[in-house]
Ligand binder design. Structure first.
Ligand code: ATP
Ligand code: MG
Ligand code: MG
Length: 385
């Protein structure tokens, strides 16, 4: 009896952690990405495909040797996925990836299904006049966003005054499809990892996410200073949001918690997510285990997604020097002395702000976890210029 083979578009850190979860299951994972990509570094066999996960021919070759094709990034060619879906199972569905990869279309879809998001206006012909028009409806500040190819805030520009209209268009590219989003005056940002299986929609606990310069810096699970009722509401909203998309797998749902306790969806990722890394150490099944169980129709109990211990995750970002992330990792290991896990992804070149690894600590109480993690946060803040 053989388990199906999984093909993955993309071999970054999410693909790497997916491979690590697949090994104990005895599931073979074929990665399509560059030869030295992080996911391939932890998996040696001859069926990986070297090349771009945007290359249609390479995707077809991957499909031919895989029973299920999945993604670790949503910026993929969904027309090729639609084509290969005739011969291979694609999870989550290419229709879902197509809708989600256009952040405005994603919001329209959620809105049509009665799921609350920040009010958004598409700018089909981006110009100062179009931004001005949008600002009359949405007010200022507003967030100007790229509809596609956005990550780590790179497709966002906060527009605070009329003076920002032109710089925002210059920064995001006038020829790109943009949309304007109402400013969310949030108290906190929350994230929930949701698992869509063959016949159920399950959720991991509610996580507090802290972003700096639009990049996720820290996650705290359970979210601090959030009532049980709000935490339940966040999980319910996240499950409802994912339920209106087709297909199976894990989804990262990012939310704004406004000052009046209203919850709005910020965006959904159709894949494992940075805000779910903590699940590796803190839950019986990690988000990577859950993704594999969901796409392969393996049994998954709701209790497998519970939090065993409070957890904090700190991202290790590239700094000013090419090895500052390695210096930080050494510092973290010295401080933690085994009481937390340092993950390095094996990415070659560190660029400033590039995700190079992360640290997770768990402890019997959030206070103990905070006490253990705080010196590392201080170190990051002191060494950042
Ligand atoms: P990711 O790396 O999560 O895919 P992204 O590039 O798709 O990020 P968003 O999630 O849209 O970008 O935004 C990044 C961050 O910018 C948010 O987590 C939030 O801190 C801030 N932000 C985004 N939209 C708004 C908004 N409408 N109002 C206020 N802040 C916002
Ligand atoms: Mg995004
Ligand atoms: Mg985001």
């Amino acid at each position: 009896m053989a388990l199906p083979t999984v093909g993955v578009l993309g071999g970054g850190q999410l693909g790497q952690m997916l491979v690590q979860a697949a090994y104990p299951l005895g599931v073979k994972v074929n990665i399509l990405d560059a030869g030295h990509s992080p996911a391939k570094q932890v998996s040696y066999h001859s069926d990986h495909i070297d090349g771009s996960f945007k290359d249609p021919e390479a995707i077809k070759r991957l499909a031919a040797i895989s029973d299920v094709v999945t993604v670790e990034i949503e910026h993929v060619d969904t027309h090729i996925l639609e084509h290969i879906a005739d011969q291979t199972d694609v999870q989550p569905s290419w229709t879902t990836i197509r809708k989600i990869q256009d952040k405005y279309a994603q919001k329209e879809h959620l809105h049509a299904h009665g799921v609350a998001t920040a009010q958004s206006i598409p700018l089909s012909n981006p110009s100062v006049e179009a931004v001005e028009q949008a600002s009359k409806t949405l007010g200022l500040p507003l967030m100007l966003k790229s509809r596609r190819e956005a990550y780590d805030g790179r497709g966002n520009f906060p527009v605070r005054t009329v003076e920002d209209f032109q710089p925002a268009l210059d920064a995001l590219g006038k020829n790109k499809d943009l949309y304007a989003e109402k400013w969310a005056d949030f108290r906190m940002e929350l994230a929930v990892m949701v698992v869509k299986t063959k016949n159920e929609v399950l959720s991991f606990p509610t996580t507090e996410t802290i972003h700096e310069n639009s990049i996720c810096k820290l996650t705290y699970t359970p979210a601090r200073g959030v009532s049980d009722a709000t935490s339940e509401k966040a999980q319910d909203l996240a499950r409802r949001a994912v339920a209106c998309f087709e297909g199976k797998g894990v989804f990262g749902v990012e939310m704004f918690l406004l000052k009046d306790e209203t919850l709005l969806i910020n965006e959904i990722a159709p894949r494992p997510h940075n805000s779910g890394h903590y699940t590796i150490e803190a839950c019986p099944a990690s988000q990577y285990d859950a993704h594999l169980n969901a796409i392969l129709d393996l049994p998954l109990a709701a209790e497998a997604l519970r939090l065993c211990e409070p957890a904090i995750m700190l991202n290790i970002l590239g700094g000013d020097s090419p090895d500052s992330h390695l210096q930080f990792a050494a510092e973290a290991r010295k401080h933690l002395r085994g009481r937390g896990r340092v993950h390095l992804y094996g990415k070659g070149q560190a660029r400033k702000g590039r995700k190079m690894g992360h640290v997770t600590v768990t402890a019997p109480s959030m206070y103990e976890a905070e006490t253990l993690m705080q010196p590392l946060i201080d170190y990051v803040d002191e060494t950042a210029s």
